[in-house]
Design a protein around this ligand. Sequence first.
Ligand SMILES: *Cc1c(COP(=O)(O)O)cnc(C)c1O
Length: 374
Amino acid sequence: MTERKILLNPGPSTTTESVKMAQIVPDICPREKEFRDIMAPIRKELTEIVHGDPDEYTAVLFCGSGTICIDVALNSLLADKKKAFVINNGSYSQRAVDVLSYYGLPYIELKQPFDKQPSLSAIEKVLKENGDIGYVYITHHETGSGLLNPVREVGELAHRYGTFLITDTTSSFAMIPINVYEDNIDFCMASAQKGIMGMTGLSYIIGRKSIIEESAGYPRRSYYCNLYMQYDYFERTGEMHFTPPVQTIYAAKQALIEYRSEGEEAKWKRHQRIMNAIREGIDRLGFKEALDRSVQSGLVAAIKYPDDPNWDFDRVHDLCYEKGFTIYPGKLERQNTFRLCALGAIDEDDIRDFWKVFEEALEKLGVEVPVFYE
Ligand SMILES: *Cc1c(COP(=O)(O)O)cnc(C)c1O
């Protein structure tokens, strides 16, 4: 057995022993039929996780971390003479803005507060006033803050104004139940190390085939990161255009078996159970969160640093890390936070064990409990 570590960072997440071991396979050339036969069902199953009909939706696999999907989707799906429209209310939508500006592509950025749901009327106003929007982009779950965005409503608006929706579901896919039809999603994306509890290095865009096919005629802005090119190669050969992350794909195959046997609803219930145990500890120790719970995804808690002079995040981190628990710094601009995330192959008992270790760390540093804020 591998030593079990509890990762409370926002991915990669704790994996099962069986997913880890699935990577240990005889060497194989990924251009063999045997390997193609592994990838085809993975693409189908990823599409099914978000309830896409395989005749209408497809999953295109990429070798890279989740950011490759943001890059690919944004640069590949923008028609000539159109503008991207990004709703920016967190660090991951900021990343999308950065990608667009690196490519020098035209975009409209609607900045919204990081700690509230965005204004639908402000979004509608942009759509009404700009007839040249190529797509609307929103992050489903802003992993930096834990904010859950109203994808369904934004997708409905996108469709009403004759455009389509791309959403970054990297930190919600295979955790929060998603239905591309009910949620008005044309494109979503994720990474194997998060929701499906696989390994790093494999990421995927799931989206409407008709739009991908249409994008064959759009300007080609990247050689390696082009959605149509990768899709077309898969359709013609069953393979990734360039070398796939072989062992990670074996792990993904096993992770999807385990996803199916746990089940969509049961898995989401487990994540909620984990978050409840996280919140119990937050409340008991007197910590405060950056966001109101009513707007949170329930997968990430962004916790404010207390004002105790003995509080030292790095030292608390190190003391927890020594005992096998990883906690993570925050990602908010104007306040110091740390994050506890409900991802991965863990359950509420692991969180109870974590809080014991965390409390011992506070005691060691002389941080007063319950913690105080000025
Ligand atoms: C993890 C994550 C990504 C991908 O980030 P990488 O640093 O490339 O792993 C993208 N979007 C969201 C919302 C995420 O949580």
